[in-house]
Each structure stands twice: as C-alpha cells, then as structure tokens.
Design a protein around this ligand. Structure first.
Ligand SMILES: C[S@@+](CC[C@H](N)C(=O)[O-])C[C@H]1O[C@@H](n2cnc3c(N)ncnc32)[C@H](O)[C@@H]1O
Ligand code: SF4
Length: 376
C-alpha cells in the first residue's frame, strides 16, 4: 500500500520536475495563476526560454527524476511538438509518472496519440462543473458535452485520468451540484482520481472585482456551511464510487494517487521551471518570476528567473512538516507534533505513531495544524 510505503520512506518519489505552461484559451473568472491568452506564435519564445532553464538547472537535482508534471495554464493548447521540445530535455529518465494538464476544448485524439508517444501516463482534465450555467459563470471555454467527450477520448487511449472540480460558486444551486455529482457517478468507471476544490475568491480576478462592487458574497461564493455540506456529500459519493480521500481535496482509486503531488506534500525535492514555478532543493525554497513576459525576458537577459529564495531553518521545517503532512492521509509523525491536545480529540486520530485528521478535522485543517505547531 502506497501510504504505508511513504510512511517508511517519505522521499520515495523525490525528485520531481514541474513545468509551467501559462497559455489559455481565455482567462477564467476565478483564476489568479500565471496565465495569459494564447495567440498563434506567442509560445515559441516562451518554450525556448523554458528548455533553456530546464537544461541549465537539471543538475541541481538528482538525475533519477521520478515524476514530471506539465501544468498551467493549459498545456493542451500547445502543439505536442512544442511540448516535446521540453520533454526531450529529460530524455533517458525512467519516470514513474508523467502528468499533463488538459482542458476539454483543446484536447483531441491526435494530441492524445502524441502524448502517449512522448510518455505521458496521466491526464489531469479541468472540467470544474457538469452544469453549463456554472461553466459560463466561470468563463470556461468548453461545454459539459465537450468535457464528457474529452473524458471518453482519454479513456479510449488508456491513459490514467484525473478530473478537477470546483464547487461552491455563486452560480451553483442545489440542482447544479446534483448535476455534477450524478455526472461523476456516470463517468466514475473511466476515472482514476478526482480533485475537488472549494472556490476561493482570489485578488485580481474578475470574481473578486465583482464581489467588491456588489458586496453580495453568496452571488460569488457560497458560505462556509454550504461549502462544508457539499464537501461531505462529495466525500460520501466518491467513497461509494471506489475512491478514497488521501489529501483534503484529493480522492483516488487504490494505487492511483498522484505521486508528483505526494512528493510536494511530503517535502521531497523538486525543480520547477517556467513562470511562477517553485522549486524545493536542499532546504531552499525558490520562486520564479510570475509574469510570463518578464520570465522570458529575464531568462534571455540574466539566464535565471528566480526572484526569491528562502533557506529554511529546522523550526521552519518542522512547521512545514505539520502544515503539509496533516492534510494527507500519510499524516504527521508523533515525534514531530508531540501529544494530541485534548481540544483536538474529535479532529485528530493516531495510528501507528502518525497523526491524521478525522473527517470533521479535514474541515478545520489549518486550525488543527496551528495547534499542533504550538504544541511543543
Ligand atoms: C491552475 S488550474 C490548471 C488546470 C486547467 N487549466 C484548467 O483550468 O482546467 C488548476 C486547478 O486549480 C483549480 N483552481 C484554480 N483557481 C481556483 C480558485 N480560485 N478556487 C478553487 N480552485 C481553483 C481549478 O480546479 C483548476 O483546474
Ligand atoms: S483555470 Fe485553467 S483554463 Fe482557466 S485561466 Fe486558470 S489555468 Fe487557464
């Protein structure tokens, strides 16, 4: 079982490589990631900078790279030949997992064929909702029908498939949420993994702007009680469909957990290239230039796009172990967090010397982590 193995060896999937592709068909109303609207020809300078950065920094990590994650943005908007220029840099590496993020409007059978040929093992598909009304509110560039067609196409090519869902938007009434839950039930046999995120209102997004003008919060994002009840319903349904929750927002079928993300949460090493990408190598956390345009400029002019670096102290490492570990079903070792305070008894449980969250505890993860941090 993966989790038992990871308790014994938390660094089993270290190191990983993350590649950021910032291009999208349109920018969604809730999204604050490093993205820009894709125009023909706008990606070549970026891809050139990306391969340059990857080539020059690869020696910073162990050459035995375990996972590659191409995320964004919308990597599937590019021609596979452009993505291959980046993948080629890792030629010869025996990857355990290779994930590519894709959106329903830009994934095609021809692209899926090329992804398979270049070694992609897993597609993470952003469907967000199975109600067209909600997709419109999000400013998504696809319909529910296109999402279902994309799911079927990925299944046909035999690639592992994960879906991203966002719940709790102002446009999502009980009927819309039911549509999403029943669609998940219908496609469950074609899925290996599901990520479900409560909508967060991020600064500098269209939704945030709308909230500041109307000040009617539940037209934008539902209140805490609705979010909690939707989370519990998703958890119950996914459990019934054969998925288990292995991180607060992530459910997988047995042995289909995302190795690349597990490595983040268990604090293994990773190299991140591209705009906004983060790296964690030898106790140092580093972040790249956020803007895609400035990223390309600084790679060309300076040779590096790192804008901040932080060397973690041993106390900061302990804090991170608790903050990240408590969110996963791997948990936090008792030796790191001390005894469970009596006030947390309903929220935290202990198995084999590891603390994990109960179902109610998952709703209060940050508060639990803060209490465990100040426990010693
Ligand atoms: C950065 S996106 C990239 C994936 C892909 N471009 C897509 O949109 O389907 C990764 C995931 O983060 C989630 N996400 C982004 N912004 C969010 C927000 N404000 N609240 C909740 N989830 C969010 C979405 O589920 C999205 O699929
Ligand atoms: S959610 Fe995905 S598709 Fe939408 S803007 Fe963000 S990265 Fe692009």
């Amino acid at each position: 079982m993966l989790l038992d193995d990871l308790r014994k060896d938390p660094l089993a999937y270290s190191p990983g490589v993350y590649v950021h592709i910032p291009f999208c068909a349109a920018v969604c109303s809730y999204c604050a990631f490093s993205v820009e609207v894709f125009r023909n020809g706008s990606s070549s300078a970026y891809i050139e900078a990306l391969t340059q950065e990857l080539r020059s920094r690869l020696s910073e990590i162990d050459s035995n790279v375990k996972s590659l994650y191409i995320g964004g943005g919308t990597p599937s908007i590019l021609e596979p030949s452009e993505l291959y220029k980046v993948v080629e840099v890792l030629h010869g590496t025996q990857l355990v997992e290779f994930t590519l993020e894709a959106n329903p409007e830009s994934i095609t059978k021809a692209k899926l064929k090329s992804y398979k040929e270049m070694g992609v093992s897993r597609i993470s598909l952003g469907v967000q909702s199975f109600d067209d009304k909600v997709l419109k509110f999000f400013g998504r560039s696809h319909s529910v029908l296109q999402a279902i067609e994309a799911i079927d196409a990925v299944a046909e090519f035999g690639l592992e498939l994960s879906l991203d869902i966002i719940y709790g938007s102002g446009a999502e009434d009980e009927g819309s949420f039911d549509l999403t839950v029943s669609a998940l039930r219908e496609v469950a046999d074609r899925l290996d993994h599901v990520s479900c995120y409560a909508l967060t209102l991020e600064p500098r997004t269209r939704l945030h702007h709308r909230y500041r003008h109307t000040l009617v919060k539940d037209q934008v994002v539902k209140d805490e009680d609705v979010l909690a009840s939707r989370y519990y319903r998703l958890d119950e349904e996914l459990l019934e469909l054969g998925f288990y929750n292995y991180e607060i927002s992530n459910w997988a079928k047995a042995d289909k957990e995302c190795r690349h993300n597990m490595n983040y949460w268990l604090r293994g090493e990773y190299l991140g290239v591209g705009s906004s990408a983060h790296s964690f190598i030898g106790s140092v956390r580093a972040a790249n230039e956020f803007s895609p345009k400035r990223y390309v400029e600084t790679i060309y002019n300076v040779g590096s796009a790192i804008t901040s670096m932080e060397h973690l102290s041993s106390e900061q490492e302990r804090i991170e172990k608790i903050l990240l570990g408590i969110r996963c079903s791997v948990g936090v070792e008792r030796s790191i967090a001390g005894e469970i305070p009596s006030s947390l008894e309903a929220l935290v449980e202990e198995t084999d010397g590891f603390f994990t969250l109960t179902r109610d505890g998952r709703m209060l993860a940050d508060m639990v982590a803060l209490k465990l941090i100040s426990n010693k």
